[in-house]
Structure formats: C-alpha cells, structure tokens
Design a protein around this ligand. Sequence first.
Ligand code: PBG
Ligand code: ZN
Length: 324
Amino acid sequence: MQRNRRTRRTESLLRLFTETDVPVRSLVPAYFVVEGSRVRRELPEGSGLWQLSIDELQEECKRARDGGAEAVMLFGVPDQKGIEHATRRDSLACNAVRALEGTGLVRMADVCLCSYTEDGHCGVWHDGHHGRPGSVDNDSSVALLAQVAAGLADAGAEIVCPSDMMDGRIAAIRAALDHEGLGDTLVMSYAAKMASAMYGPFRHAASSAPTHGDRRGYQMNPANGREAMRETATDIEEGADLIMVKPALTNLDLIAATRARWNVPIVAYQVSGEYAMIHEAARAGRIDRARAARETLVSIRRAGADLVVSYFAPEFWAGGPRAA
Ligand code: PBG
Ligand code: ZN
C-alpha cells in the first residue's frame, strides 16, 4: 500500500516536505497616494486599503523594506479630477515615485486613467452616434496612457503597470519609453484582468468607481479562459516583461496555464474583494483569518505566480497575518 501519510506524521516532516513557500520578497503591498501630509487612513474602514500622503508613504515603505519587501505598487489618487492631471510630469503619482528614490524598493507604478477621469472610466468616454451605445475610445486613451507611463518611468518607476485593458497599449507604452531613452523600464501588463465583482473596496480607495455604465467593454469576461491566453500572447508580443492575472483566486487556472505556456514572470493580484471575503468572514467568526490568508497566498504561488500583490503583505513584516 502507498502510505502517503508518512510525510505528514510529524511537524518536522510536514515542514520538510512543503513544496511551496510564500517568501516575503514575493509579496507586494499596494498603497493609495493622496495629497497633503500626515494623512494615513484606511478607506473603506477595515478594507486593508490605505490612503497615505507622501510623507506617510515614505515611512510605510521604510517599514516594508526593513521587513524584507522588495517592491511596492503605487496608485495616485489626486484631489482634482481631470485627465490633464494624469499626464503631468509633476503629478501626485510621479512625485510619490520620486519620493521613494533610494529606499531600495522597486517602484511599480499603476498606469490608468480611472482616478483622473470625471466618469471613473479607465479611458476617454465617447458618446455613441446614430443611436449606438457610447464606449471608451481605444486609441485616444492609449495615446494618453503612453504619456502617463513615460512620465512615471521618467520619475524613476522601475516598472510601469498598465491596468486599463485598452488594445495596443503595451506596444504604445514600449515605444514611448524607448523614445525617451527609458528602454530599461519594465512593463507589467494586466493581461488577464477580468471585469470582476471584487473590485468594490478598491474603487473607494482609488476614487475610481464609474459614474455610468461598467467596465465590461474593456475588461475581460470572467467566463473566457482562451481569450485570456490570447490577451497574454498579444501583450507578450507587444513587449510586456511581466504578466498580471487578476483577480487571483478565481483565476488560478489562468495562472497555471500562463506558467505552462510562457516563461515570463507572473504576477497575481489578490484584489480588494478577495481580502474583504477573508477579513469579513473572519470578523463574523466563520473562518480563521491568518490561516485563510496563508492558504490563499500559498495556493496562488502554487498555481505559478512569482509575485502576489496583496493587502495582507504589510502584515508579513509585522510577524505574519493577523488573527483578527
Ligand atoms: C483600475 C484598477 C482596479 C483594480 C486595480 N486597478 C479596479 C477596476 O478595474 O475597477 C482593482 C484592484 C483591487 O480591487 O484591489 N484600473
Ligand atoms: Zn482603471
């Protein structure tokens, strides 16, 4: 008889035969940069999402670095809406990137327009003509996104992370970076990004909820795995260095399929709603928060993710996931 339980007999054996780890260096915290100073607020409360002014961000990043973090993901959330603020070289996001120079952390900067547009869409909305429905205009949005990416890279971001899901943006961003002599900057493409129900808390923290319509005209249908492979193939051809899959837990199959087909580093995003499901279920006394956090993270790694953006990350430099 094959006795598979032999390796589970003692704590030491269990540890010895553990196949997958979640090293601190694989965890990437995400922060929402806001204007002002001494601003440090969790929004919504209990969401695990933190809005920080640049001074607080610097302190938070120092703690992260001391705790073993290697990278940080940054979202700019300016007070003032308006696309003209997105492309400015002294935008809040660019200033935050500059302020983290010399911290030793790799700066991953989000590239999108949804925190800047009046209507919260990830690109520029065009009303439909002749009774056709309106939509986000692809090519004018891509031109703006390429400018945003170049600005962030010029400010010092080692990795720019387009999360908008427009077509052709990776090629346009790559060209803009090369044009400015920023060819060393990595591009992390949100290639398989689903139009998910699990982005709710994020849209509060990033002030990016669409005021009309939804994102299904540009983000992917969660039903479509083959289409996700097509998106990924396109983005790799266009020059993406890293591929993002998002949300993580509902797309473990895509992480595994991407890992099997391509040799690019894979990043998974354990999104705000995934954090909320665990945190709130634990608060209701239904599950063990720390164990659920570890189990989901190790599963995402086991599926094939090299890095995981997670709101649990900061807890790992404070001794591991909290019980409550
Ligand atoms: C917007 C963006 C979203 C997230 C990352 N970038 C929200 C959305 O697409 O509506 C979600 C991340 C999270 O929920 O934690 N470009
Ligand atoms: Zn967006």
